[in-house]
Ligand binder design. Structure first.
Ligand code: F6R
Length: 248
């Protein structure tokens, strides 16, 4: 997997935001839409801040952007403090000119018997938009991308998944205690993610160094779903020094 190491996450985040901006502008110049696959969590926040700055100070428009988020807790009300809907509005959508109808985030309020149909429809919407041009990913300590926890195969599709214990531990502070973290989530599948035309995975800090090593240098396996990125033709891994520390 092609890997780029920056001295710090600040510089890396700005560089990735600029690449995204270039893609959006090139598409706009051709009169075409640009489809972004987006992630939440602590990793991409500085990148979103830079995209907002590019909009506010350098005239970057998101009028030609369609977005699909990777995942959402289940169940989850969109107005909850911890919802990914609220996260995306706070960090990005409330500050840019994306059309509300072009924003897609898995719906944590769908009734359980309708989740499978919701997931099929989500994938249909991605296809109808022409597929994802660039998918932004973080990585969990379990090796998850999206919320594809260990056990998720390369062909997995958008679905309801049970969160790993480690993932719920990592989310505990956001929910004021692990017992409040939802046990499940709706996530794009590994197969869904691999259909993106290009993929950029970001990872910062020493806490990610071990899983980054397994993703980049380990065997492809369901036990570390991020290893399936190794078979994507256009993937890049963007790291800070600390996250790259265990690479050989
Ligand atoms: C979030 C997502 C997750 C996170 C991962 C890392 O939409 O899909 O895979 O990217 O859990 O989270 P942070 O960035 O908080 O370390």
């Amino acid at each position: 997997i092609p890997t780029t190491i920056y001295p710090d996450s600040e510089e890396a985040s700005v560089a990735v935001a600029r690449d995204i901006a270039t893609l959006i502008r090139n598409r706009a110049a051709e009169g075409r839409m640009c489809v972004l696959g987006l992630a939440t969590g602590s990793t991409p926040t500085r990148m979103y801040e830079e995209l907002v700055r590019l909009h506010q100070e350098e005239g970057l428009s998101f009028q030609n952007v369609i977005s699909f988020n990777l995942d959402e807790y289940y169940p989850m009300q969109p107005n909850s403090l911890q919802s990914y809907v609220r996260f995306m509005h706070e960090y990005l959508f409330d500050h840019i000119d994306i059309r509300p109808e072009n924003v897609h985030i898995p719906d944590g309020t769908v009734r359980q018997e309708e989740v499978a149909e919701f997931c099929r429809h989500y994938e249909e919407q991605i296809r109808a938009a022409g597929g994802i041009d660039i998918q932004i990913l973080g990585i969990g300590r379990t090796g998850h991308i999206g919320f594809n926890e260990p056990g998720s195969g390369a062909a997995s599709r958008t679905r309801l998944i049970t969160l790993d214990h480690i993932t719920r531990t990592d989310a505990a502070s956001d929910f004021y205690g692990e017992e409040n973290v939802p046990r499940r989530a709706i996530t794009m599948g590994v197969g869904t993610i691999l259909e993106a035309h290009s993929i950029v995975l970001l990872a910062w800090g020493e806490g990610k160094a071990a899983v980054v090593k397994r993703m980049v240098e380990g065997e492809m396996t369901d036990s570390v779903p991020a290893t399936y990125l190794q078979k994507h033709p256009e993937v890049s891994v963007i790291l800070d020094d600390a996250a790259a520390a265990e690479l050989t």
